[in-house]
Structure formats: C-alpha cells, structure tokens
Design a protein around this ligand. Sequence first.
Ligand code: AMP
Length: 175
Amino acid sequence: MSECADRVRALIRDVVDFPKPGIVFKDLTPVLSDGEAFASIVDALVERFEPMRPTRVVGIEARGFILGAPVAYRLRAGFVPARKKGKLPWQTESIAYELEYGTENLELHRDALGPDDRVLLIDDVLATGGTAAAALSLVAQLGAEVVGAGFIIELGFLNGRSKLTGVEPYSLVTY
Ligand code: AMP
C-alpha cells in the first residue's frame, strides 16, 4: 500500500497559481496516464472499502467520475454521478454550498439512491471539505447511508475532514 502511495506521490504534479493566484493545484493527470499507478489507486480504494459492502459509489464531477467508475465496477456497485447544477436531466435533489468565492450547487437524481443504499463517496482531492460535505448531505437527504469516503489526495492543512461528520475519510496521499 505505501509503495503505491509513494509511486502516486511521485507522479502528482504541483501547478502553481492554477486556477488562480495562490492556489497550488494537485494535477493527477500524470497518475491517470500511468497504467500501473492508475490501477494501484483503484485497487487500493477497492481493498479499503470492499468490507463496507457499498451498494452505490457516488462520484463528484468531474474527476470523481474518473476514479469512482472503475471502483464501482470492481465492487459490482452502481455508479451515481453528483453533478453541478443543471447537468442532470431528471428530477434532482440539490444543495448549495460555499466556495472561496461565491456559492456552488451540487445535484443528485432523486431516484438514484434510497434507504436501502450503502454509499461510498469518491473524489480526487479533499481540500476544504465543502464539496464532499455537500455531497454527503445530499446522500442523507435521499435517505441513504454513507459507509465510506475515499480520496486520492488530502490537503491536511485545510482540515477538510472536520467537515465530514459521521464518516472517517480515507486518503492515499496526505500533504
Ligand atoms: P473542497 O475545497 O474540498 O470543496 O474542494 C473542492 C474540489 O476542488 C475538489 O473536488 C477537488 O477536486 C478540487 N480541488 C480543491 N483544491 C484543489 C487543489 N489544490 N488541487 C486540485 N484540486 C483541488
């Protein structure tokens, strides 16, 4: 596992001042384009969460789709996209949350989850935790149970995990 984390850490590219001045963007594209590294992060998430028996994986737009879909496939769980406002065609459950500047909206299809579901939340980066916390609230609004939250990268100095009540987030690489 730590071998996987070391390899992934070495591949993550820091892009300074993207998308705006003062942000160091953690670029995962070199990890995704390395076949062994990509497989190892999917395998690590599957190993960690298989015992929780998730019935659905909720991936957060857009990089959470890239990671969540193969995890869902390997777990034989359904995949549910959490999308930005106005992208989902059917009836939605919606939540507004604060970003550094202004607000953002996240949505799930109303019929995508129900009380029988055990949900694994997947995204690429846990930063301030606002996005993941909003996704967890949406899952709760639909009556489903959250059994895990997995990330490739956690920016520990932003303490996003403190926003994720009721679930202990798991991250492969922490800064
Ligand atoms: P958060 O602040 O936890 O709500 O992060 C929001 C979203 O922005 C996450 O889904 C991440 O994909 C992305 N994100 C935040 N900070 C970074 C960063 N430094 N590098 C790459 N992605 C980031």
